[in-house]
Design a protein around this ligand. Structure first.
Ligand code: NAP
Length: 251
């Protein structure tokens, strides 16, 4: 059976899978939400923008003749993941999620675990400190109540408009990041604390390892619950899944 994949992207893993799929001569489309101004160039055709909810995605799957959906979105992109489950159930298109296991604390880590962004804001209700706020630009507004802190922001694109706090420095950069460089960054900015989503994977882990090396506390935001679906953790496992779906992998 020939296949046409829809790869829901926005992560290092999605790009790695798209490259591997292209190398095997598979047909597919890589989909981005459009949150970053210049998504990384993909080895397969790409599209940008929402589908219009689960119903819109179901229409898209039918219209494009999509045979398989690979949800390789970020673990915090749960709305997209829920829509993918619903649309695939409606259309009968097989779905697999390419996910990263969550990070777990190891000896030396000083994590303050919080359930969500609001929990991180509450944990920062403390005397002024120098904070690395690594939560992406969509959530900066939530931290406005804690304007006593200095914030170091590392963002893929510069923020649009004014920041919601008076003292901040912005570094425009995209991962993967390096532990030694992140440690040097934390020392240069004399940081006291790091705020991070529990993204999992290797690309964003450097700051967690650097904080451990420097003995800094990390306010770690737990993942929202993912919808029930089949999950695999590496690119090869997606090809195994495709083979079990009766796909001609072209190898
Ligand atoms: N959340 C994070 O911390 C984070 C971090 C790094 C990268 N990302 C990436 O950024 C993108 C957006 O994340 P989010 O947390 O804003 O998502 P979200 O809250 O789960 O999704 C909100 C809406 O954005 C659209 N959307 C999301 N991902 C899409 C994709 N890959 N292709 C087409 N439309 C998409 C969908 O719109 P419609 O309902 O109109 O279809 C979805 O309902 C994702 O691709 C994700 O992998 C997110």
């Amino acid at each position: 059976m020939a296949c046409k994949l829809l790869i829901l992207a926005g992560t290092t893993e999605a790009t790695a899978f798209a490259r591997a799929a292209s190398d095997r001569g598979l047909d597919g489309i890589v989909s981005f939400a459009g949150r970053v101004e210049r998504p990384l160039r993909q080895p397969l055709p790409q599209r940008v923008g929402g589908f219009g909810g689960a119903a819109g995605l179901a229409c898209y799957l039918r219209a494009e003749g999509i045979t398989h959906v690979i949800d390789a979105t970020h673990p915090f992109a749960v709305q997209m993941s829920r829509n993918a489950v619903a649309a695939c159930a409606e259309t009968g298109v097989p779905l697999v999620a390419l996910t990263r296991p969550a990070w777990s604390p190891v000896p030396g880590d000083r994590w303050i675990s919080v359930p969500d962004i609001a929990g991180a804001v509450a944990a920062l209700d403390r005397p002024a400190a120098r904070v690395m706020l690594a939560v992406g630009r969509m959530h900066l507004e939530a931290f406005a109540p804690n304007e006593q802190h200095f914030y170091l922001l590392r963002l893929v694109d510069p923020p649009k408009g004014d920041l919601p706090f008076p003292r901040a420095e912005i570094i425009v950069d995209r991962g993967p990041f390096d532990m030694a460089a992140d440690r040097a960054l934390m020392e240069r900015f004399r940081l006291d604390i790091v705020v991070s989503k529990n993204a999992g994977g290797s690309g964003a882990h450097a700051k967690i390892a650097a904080a451990r090396a420097l003995g800094l506390p990390v306010i770690m935001i737990d993942r929202p619950p993912a919808p029930p679906r089949e999950e695999v953790h590496d690119v090869e496992a997606v090809f195994d899944w495709l083979a079990h779906c009766g796909t001609d992998l072209g190898v």
